[in-house]
Write a protein that binds this ligand. Structure first.
Ligand code: SF4
Length: 181
């Protein structure tokens, strides 16, 4: 049987926007432009788990990076990634190529070059809450899940490019995806 032996890992919500915080999705189900392009490139697609959904569920509030920057969430990220690390090792040992991993820019978990930051926490009756909600900002740097994956790749000496999908400007993402295969 024919196969290209090329695989891409993608953030969960690229195939299933229902994992996002309610109100955040800019598409109905899957990010079809990205998925179609990956398929056209002959890439097999592995959907990573959503590290937020698997802790807080679909009814969670939006979070900022600071709230996930805990030993517990980092440990959770490593645990949910472990079965995928095993697959990566198995595929690579059998001469398959993992051409890249796609994250989601701006996410406190899956951001690659950009995440979001804010001084959040406490009760909803806190007088500080409105001020803090208005002061959430985009910051340089990866989200916590991607930070942990980078660290795991370093520990395991795995060289897979990690690419951020900018859902508001897909042109740059398309160029990078075209260069993957
Ligand atoms: S945590 Fe990652 S996979 Fe889950 S919704 Fe956010 S960006 Fe998507």
């Amino acid at each position: 049987m024919k196969r290209d032996k090329k695989i891409v890992l993608i953030a969960h919500c690229i195939l299933n926007c229902n994992s996002k915080v309610e109100g955040l999705s800019q598409y109905r189900g899957a990010l079809s432009e990205v998925v179609s392009l990956l398929m056209e490139q002959g890439l097999g697609i592995i959907q990573l788990p959503c590290p937020e959904l698997t802790v807080y569920g679909v009814k969670r509030w939006g979070h900022v990076k600071e709230q996930f920057n805990t030993p517990y969430f980092r440990k959770h990220c490593r645990e949910v990634f472990k079965p995928y690390l095993e697959q990566i090792k198995d595929y690579q040992a059998a001469d398959y190529q993992i051409v890249g991993l796609l994250g989601i820019e701006g996410s406190p978990s899956c951001g690659v070059n950009r995440s979001c930051s804010g001084d959040w926490g406490g009760t909803f009756s806190s007088p500080k809450l409105e001020f803090n909600l208005n002061n959430v900002k985009s910051i340089d740097g990866a989200g916590i899940f991607i930070e942990e994956i980078r660290e795991i790749f370093k520990e395991e000496e795995i060289g897979i490019p990690i690419i951020g999908v900018d859902e508001k400007d897909l042109k740059q993402t398309f160029k990078i995806i075209k260069g993957l295969s």
